[in-house]
Design a protein around this ligand. Sequence first.
Ligand SMILES: [Zn+2]
Length: 252
Amino acid sequence: MRQLAASAIVLEVVDLGERDRLVTFLTAEHGKKRGAARGARGKFSRFAGQLQPLARIHLSWFERDDRDLVRISESSVERSFSSGDQLERLLLGAYLADSVVAFAQENDESATLFRLLDMVADRLVRGVEPRLAARYFEVWVLRLSGIFPVPQFCPSCERPFSDGAVLVDHDAGLVCLDCTGSVGARGDRVAASVLAVIARINRESLDALTESSPTSSVLLQVEKLCARVRRAFLGHELRSYSVMHQTLRDLP
Ligand SMILES: [Zn+2]
């Protein structure tokens, strides 16, 4: 058995039995892990109030090679993700955490993903436009996972996407408009303005994007594109994503 310690971002917290909680967390050095926090359900627990999704905490834990589950021994908050009464931010936080649960590798170095999630959570706490932050995050998660790298050239004819592209139905990749006929591809049209925003997200910081934000209609199209690529990869939609949309739609 060995003891490890690292900065960690809480992804998911569920009750475990009468007294404990099961915590999924992401570290830069060791990737995604799951650990039991003993007694964390108790009122006077040393973990009280710290195990909140998207909070960054300093964690110590014990692990053994023959066990998947680690045992969390100590935690202290480095950056909270208190959302106050902002429902949209809270729902978005759950969705971002859920995306990382779906895409992060267990026990594998995840420094870039850790930095991305930490930065986006920090900006959300500081009040950056949630929908811009969410699109930034989605594009980067797909890219870091190797699923949807920045599209600049048509993979079929190798010319730049000057006039938009088509998201091919069967493999969720992009081809140019000229090539859709020749490769017999069918799918949804992706406007040049959407590709331009994705290129900006790949090139610029979230702070720079905030300075001159794309329009909400283009951001909505980026969201739809990312959702289709994600669904094609995972084979289903993330539950937290559906919950977020349904809840925001049902608001009075
Ligand atoms: Zn082409």
